[in-house]
Design a protein around this ligand. Sequence first.
Ligand SMILES: *Cc1c(COP(=O)(O)O)cnc(C)c1O
Length: 346
Amino acid sequence: MIDLRSDTVTLPTAAMRAAMAAAEVGDDVYGEDPTVRALEERAAELLGTEAALFVPSGTMGNQVAIACHTRPGQEVIVEASSHIYNVELGTMARFSGVQPRVIPGERGVFTPAQVEAAIRPDLYYLAPTGLVCLENTHNAAGGRIWPVGGAREILALAHRRGIPVHLDGARIFNAAVALGLPARELAHGFDSVMFCLSKGLGCPVGSLLCGSGAFIAEARRVRKALGGGMRQAGILAAAGLYALEHHVDRLAEDHEHARLLAEGLAQIPGLSVVPPETNIVLIRIERGPDAATLCARLRARGVLASPAGAGTSPREVRMVTHLGISRRDVARTVDLVAEELRAAGA
Ligand SMILES: *Cc1c(COP(=O)(O)O)cnc(C)c1O
C-alpha cells in the first residue's frame, strides 16, 4: 500500500528501533529517566527555550499549554480550521473551562488586525482573552507556513496586552526546513511551543512542549493530573533523539515529493491543486467522483488517501508525503488518479 493519508503512519526504521532497544531508562515520574531528560534538553535547545516536557501526544501538549496559560472563564483565540479548535474534542472547555474565540483565517492564517479586533476590552462582563494560538505549519490549510512577519506582529500586540501566545508547531520542523531557518527562529517570542515527533519525524509516539522553566514546571504537574506521567519512557524518547538527529533535514525530500505529486495531479483534467509549501497536498475535484468515492477507488488499487478534514468540502482530498513515500510511489499515485478520473469521464 502507498499510504498518503497522513505522516502519522510512518513506521520506525531499523536504526530507530535499535536506538530504542539500547536506551538507558529509569522512572521518569521520579525524574530518573536519563533518555527522557536528554530528549527534553535537546528539544529545548532546538526550540531556544529554557525547558521542555515530553508528552504522549500533540493534543496533550496543546491542552496542557492551554491549561497552564489560562484561567476558567477566559477566551482563547484560535483560527477556524485549526487543529486545536476542530479535532481536539472541545478539550479546552472540558479541562480548562475556557471558550474558543474563533477567527476565520485566509487559508489558515489570520492577520494581526483580526487578532487586535478579537481581543476583549477590559469590561467586567466580558470573558477576558487569556491566550492566542497559532498553528505552523497549518494542517488543514495544506501544510501552510505561517508568515514569519505576521506571527511577529501578533506576538508583539498580544504581549503588549499581557496575553500569552502558544504555537501549535506539530510540524514546525517542516516549516523550518522549507524556509531554511532554524526552528528556534520560528519559535522565538512564543510563550510555549508544541511539536510532534510522531508525524514527519517518524517516531512511534510522542510530542514535546517547550517553554520557560517556570511554565514547564507547571506543565509537568498538569501532565501528571491528566494521566500523562510516564515511567520508563526513555524507550520512546530514544526514538525522538534519533529523529531529531537523523530525520529533520530529510523533510526536504518529503517537500520535494509533495511538489512533484501536486505538479503531476495538477495536469489531470478535472482536478485543481493548491501548490504545497511543505508535505501536505490538497486536491480539489472540480469534475469527477466525490472525494470519498475517489479515495475508495484508489484504496482498491493500493493507494490510501483521505477526504480532507472536518468541515471542509466533500470534493477535497488530502495526500501527505513522509519517509515511507518514494518518488516512485508519487509517480504511481499520479498515474492511478489520472486513470480513475479518465474512467469517470472527467
Ligand atoms: C497531529 C496534530 C496535533 C495533535 O497531535 P496528536 O499527537 O495526534 O494528538 C496537533 N496539532 C496539529 C496541527 C496536528 O497536525
